[in-house]
Design a protein around this ligand. Structure first.
Ligand code: FES
Ligand SMILES: [Fe+2]
Length: 544
């Protein structure tokens, strides 16, 4: 059975929901009277309940900047999926314009996040190694650092000379970090005052990810457009039937006015899935906003978290046994023109799917949808146009007359009101975005944007390449053996079978080669000619 959700923004794969009818999803009652609270005291603040101070699309743009300013450097940011990190090797990433290196400190048994810059001559520590004492070592000249960022060893300094390694300038900035929900989060401020920040405030908590009755899929991908374009896209349910046309089997819903007009218009709706979407913004403030939709509730928790559930309050359900699916998308600013997405889908029904389908198989399907191949080029080009119009003009440059754009207007309004229309990149200066679009092959390259960061996909790629080469070897070996045994007593039927096997192996390796390229490297998405039958995602979901 295929995916069946109402028009949600870029939602990840969800298996069939046998006991939850689509009608239930469309018309769920946000009834909290029989509430059952399932939130631990240590995580008592996330996804705070939202009040009902209702704003409409029309009155959002009129809000003016306030004296309150959003502090981008005083929030937790998700860095990576814990299960994709390699304890043997440091890993470099950029978040909020900061180059950081993640490494496993086996002495303390914890992940550490450092400034990715050796204090000696600024080489990247992410190219380094973990030395025999478990310290982070810069491989340019061998300086070693402990878990507190203190320099412990300078090979070039005489052992009996002055202890130059103890100089403050030989230390590395350490960022606070915390593990939560299978993710490593970091606090982008290394000032000593934030050293214990993890004991005072925690990242937004997602209880479903630690709930044993749920299974979840987490995946990550880097995209070559900025945080603003990404967040807008995630908050935009109405683009799904168009930008992801043919990839998702969306629930069809009638628009009464159009239904009454002509049959041809009705057909139009049924074919494409575009419908009016009633979104009502509730309580927009510096922390984000919530939005009510028929059949669900959206939350934007600044700066990174988008959360969708059929319940307004994630910890309150009318029935604990009811099938639930939640979608969380983490939008991470990397630098202007680049961002990182972590998509999470958790559900508590048909959980067997998670046991039988390997992660990489989910991801190669999800890459087409949640990881945005099909609208990647649109957003990349749109971002350049928005930049050329001047970002401060967004509200006047765009025409957003319907309620389906309410969350986008709310987001842009939030950005204008609390952050001068843009991400604060701190002291880092970046060159302006290039005016020409990058080639699609570069924009939609799956290897560098996802596979290289994902253990499951990397392993699958290695295995499939091995199978491909093995098939070629078998094919060539069989032909060689046949040629060598041409005048021996080998029977005709044996020869025929050997030739057939050799040809089949050759064809299979050819097919596998194309599969590998499309799945792990690049597959174009042409909006004009894309057909549902091309959808790997659809085939995966349809098979479940
Ligand atoms: S640059 Fe790191 S040790 Fe020299
Ligand atoms: Fe999308």
């Amino acid at each position: 059975m295929a995916l069946r959700l109402s028009s949600l923004p870029s939602l990840a794969f969800s298996p069939s929901r046998p006991s939850m009818s689509s009608t239930r999803l469309q018309h769920s009652h946000l009834n909290h009277s029989s509430a059952r609270l399932r939130i631990s005291s240590s995580h008592s603040t996330p996804f705070t309940a939202l009040t009902t101070n209702t704003n409409t699309v029309a009155d959002q743009p009129n809000s003016t900047p306030t004296s309150e300013t959003f502090d981008w450097f005083s929030h937790w940011y998700p860095l990576a999926l814990l299960r994709d990190l390699d304890k043997r090797a440091p890993k470099g990433l950029m978040v909020l314009g900061l180059d950081v290196v993640i490494w496993w400190d086996r002495v303390e048994g914890a992940w550490k996040v450092f400034n990715d810059r050796c204090p000696h001559r600024l080489a990247p520590l992410s190219e380094g190694r973990i030395d025999h004492k478990g310290r982070l070592q810069c491989v340019y000249h061998g300086w070693c650092f402990d878990s507190a960022g203190a320099c412990k060893y300078i090979p070039q300094a005489p052992a009996l000379g002055p202890p130059v390694h103890k100089n403050e300038k030989a230390c590395i900035a350490v960022y606070p970090s915390i593990e939560q929900n299978g993710l490593l989060w970091f606090w982008p401020n290394s000032s000593p005052q934030y050293k214990d920040i993890m004991h005072k405030t925690k990242p937004p908590y997602i209880p479903e990810l630690d709930d044993p009755s749920f299974v979840s899929i987490l995946s990550t991908r880097e995209v070559l457009y900025g945080y603003e374009a990404l967040t807008e896209n995630i908050l935009d349910p109405s683009h799904v039937p168009y930008a992801h046309h043919g990839l998702m089997d969306l629930q069809k819903k009638e628009d009464p006015g159009r239904y009454a007009s002509t049959a041809s218009i009705l057909n139009f709706i049924y074919q494409e899935g575009g419908i009016p979407i009633e979104l009502t913004i509730e309580k927009s403030d510096i922390s984000g906003f919530g939005a009510k939709q028929d059949g669900g509730y959206h939350k934007f928790i600044a700066p990174c978290v988008y959360y969708f559930s059929i319940y307004k309050d994630h910890s309150v359900r009318t029935s604990w046994n009811e099938p639930i699916i939640v979608n969380i998308i983490l939008c991470i600013p990397v630098r202007p023109g680049k961002s990182r997405v972590i998509s999470i889908t958790a559900w508590n029904f048909a959980t067997w799917a998670d046991k039988f389908v390997p992660r990489w198989y989910f991801y190669t399907g999800a890459n087409l949808v949640i990881d945005l191949d099909s609208d990647l080029f649109l957003l990349h080009a749109q971002e350049q146009t928005v930049a050329s119009e001047r970002i401060s003009n967004w509200h006047s440059s765009c025409n957003v007359p319907t309620k389906s754009d309410a969350m986008i207007v709310a987001f842009r309004t939030w950005l204008r009101k609390y952050s001068n229309n843009q991400v604060n990149w701190g002291t880092k200066e970046f060159t302006p975005l290039p005016t020409a679009s990058l080639p699609k092959e570069q924009l939609m390259n799956r290897y560098w944007s996802h596979v290289v960061h994902c253990k499951s996909c990397s392993r699958a790629l290695r295995a499939l390449k091995f199978i491909k080469v093995s098939l070629q070897v078998v094919s060539i070996a069989l032909i060689g053996i046949l040629a060598a045994a041409n005048h021996s007593l080998t029977s005709n039927s044996t020869k025929t079978i050997a030739v057939i096997v050799a040809v089949l192996c050759f064809l299979a390796s050819n097919w596998l080669s194309q599969f590998i390229y499309k799945t792990f490297y690049y597959q174009d998405y042409n909006h004009a000619i894309f057909r549902t039958s091309q959808s790997l995602f659809k085939r995966i979901v349809g098979g479940i």
